[in-house]
Design a protein around this ligand. Structure first.
Ligand code: FAD
Ligand code: NAI
Length: 475
């Protein structure tokens, strides 16, 4: 007989492990299955985010930023640092330690919340009165059953057709996060979030970095003014970004990788690099789930089809995170996980997609919430804009990081905040105030009238809100 649970979660990434914990908090008997293995073959819950995504990328961004500061910015503070060098092996080992702390943290949280963890691949077997029977193929196979199942199996990197990842020369996010030595020349396909974050890491460490982007515009989903400012900063840092290219044949050999491409002008070009990172988006992951066995419906992209409440076509089966529609972000997956657990408990779980923030952890950081100026124009919304440069912010000057600005977009009539866009220092932290404000349907004036600590970067947020009414105090 299958071991019986109220809720079985498949996948322990941010969508799955958070759903499992919330369901357990609500009094359910919960199992969570995850197949990720650490180097020793043991369990490594946390999914893409913890193992080969958010956490390790931020660890490497931090290490490489320290290195960059030591080489380029210490001197202006009067600090002489001679012979600064980077031990890549140590940097990667530190990153691995950070990852392991997070893996262990999740295992501890499962224990604390009495979530039963199963290490192995989960696949649907059948459904009957006991609910859905899920086989866990691990060190030993066993089958468990759940009245409710939450599928949170995440996503995997999309490869270029005909060029599979070998993780030696042609790298996905996985290989990109464990390059053993700084490549002399690094190529990236795709100037999206991963391309820019990973390109920044290896550029700061001394690689010559070229990014080939298919679209003719840089960061098309980002507010145009922000994208322009970021492009200027990245180019100044020495990141070569070629837009509007068409990537052709990719050949790997002993000497590295050769990428044939057509430039925006239509000229045949080739890029010779030691390593190539392909970061052209991700695909939903349903491999081995045996979805067809129980009739779980997928859409044309291979994502699990869900409604606004994350309900699939099967009663009692839910899906959250990267494996369903919507932005592929850890915090979006988490919000959906919490909401689904609450819906199973008969509560009114809710996710507000209009206030999901985006952050790109480059230098300068880029963060936004709500609509861009180009979206408001396309939607025919009458709006007011106000922005404030970090150059006029005392804390930014003291930090020595004055690139960028905060920009507010507010409804022309009601002054309700419709979007906030930040490019500059600590944008990732500053954006939270805008998220809270939009969640509470605040007006730009509300932010302008709130007392902000001095000196702080958040004063730039207050000033940008004041700028909507054309009454900045420090600019
Ligand atoms: P995942 O994290 O992919 O987890 C799915 C889990 O399910 C995995 O552990 C997988 O092994 C397991 N699994 C799959 N199938 C089965 C099965 N059949 N049986 C058992 N287990 C299974 N997002 C951010 O918000 N901020 C960031 O800074 C950020 N940085 C990123 C950097 C990189 C390099 C990458 C690649 C992604 C980044 N993301 C970031 C995106 C983020 O990682 C994903 O949006 C997030 O991990 C999605 O969570 P999830 O729970 O849906 O899936
Ligand atoms: P992405 O969607 O951000 O960017 C992919 C880029 O590749 C786009 O600019 C696209 O136009 C380009 N592209 C696609 N096909 C191409 C081709 N054949 N030739 C040249 N260019 C091509 O995807 P990315 O960077 O792979 O990241 C995947 C997802 O992971 C992101 O969308 C995001 O959801 C998540 N992520 C989030 C991070 C964060 O929140 N800070 C960090 C990293 C990833």
């Amino acid at each position: 007989m299958s071991k019986q649970f109220d809720v079985v979660v498949i996948g322990a990434g941010p969508g799955g492990y958070i759903a499992a914990i919330r369901a357990a908090q609500l009094g359910f008997n919960v199992a969570c299955i995850d197949e990720w293995k650490n180097a020793a073959g043991g369990p490594a819950p946390g999914g893409t985010c913890t193992n080969v995504g958010c956490i390790p990328s931020k660890a490497l961004l931090q290490s490489s930023e320290h290195f960059h500061h030591a080489n380029h910015h210490f001197a202006e503070h009067g600090i002489t640092a001679k012979g600064v060098s980077m031990d890549v092996e140590k940097m990667i080992a530190r990153k691995d330690t950070v990852v392991k702390q997070n893996n262990d943290g999740i295992l501890y949280l499962f224990k604390k919340n009495k979530v039963s963890f199963f290490h192995g691949r989960g696949s649907f077997v059948k459904s009957d009165v006991a609910g859905y029977h899920i086989k866990v193929a691990g060190e030993t196979d066993e089958t468990i059953a759940g009245k409710h199942v939450i599928v949170a199996t995440g996503s995997t990197a999309r490869a270029l057709p005909g060029t599979p990842f070998d993780e030696v020369s042609v790298l996905s996010n996985d290989g990109a996060l464990r390059i053993a030595a700084v490549p002399k020349k690094l190529g990236l396909i795709g100037s999206g979030v991963i391309g820019l974050e990973m390109g920044s890491v290896w550029k700061r460490l001394g690689a010559e970095v070229t990014i080939l982007e298919g679209l003719p515009v840089f960061l098309g989903a980002v507010d145009e003014q922000v994208a322009k400012e970021a492009h200027k900063a990245f180019t100044k840092q020495g990141l070569k970004i070629e837009l509007g290219v068409k990537v052709g044949d990719i050949k790997t050999g002993k000497k590295g990788v050769s990428v044939a491409y057509t430039s925006a002008k239509g000229e045949a070009q080739s890029l010779e690099v030691d390593k190539l990172i392909v970061s052209i988006g991700r695909v939903p992951n349903t491999t081995g789930l045996n979805a067809e066995e129980v009739g779980l419906k997928l859409d044309e992209r291979g994502a699990i089809e869900v409604d606004a409440d994350c309900k699939t076509n099967l009663p009692g089966v839910w899906a959250v995170g990267d494996v369903v529609r919507g932005p592929m972000l850890a915090h979006k997956a988490e919000e959906e996980g919490v909401a689904v657990a609450e819906r199973i408990a008969g509560q009114h779980g809710h996710v507000n997609f209009n206030t999901v923030p985006w952050v790109i952890y480059t230098s300068p950081e880029i963060a936004w919430v709500g609509r861009t100026e180009q979206q408001l124009k396309a939607d025919g919304v009458a709006y007011k804009a106000g922005s404030f440069p970090f150059l006029a912010n005392g804390r930014a000057r003291a930090l020595g990081d004055t690139t960028g600005f905060v920009k507010f977009l507010a409804d022309a009539k009601t002054d309700e905040i419709l979007g906030v866009h930040i490019v500059g220092p600590m944008a990732s932290e500053l954006i939270s105030e805008a998220v809270v404000a939009m969640e509470f349907k605040a007006s730009a004036e509300d932010i302008a009238r709130i007392c902000h600590a001095h000196p702080s970067l958040s004063e730039a947020t207050k000033e940008a809100a004041l700028a909507v009414d054309k009454r900045t105090l420090n600019f």
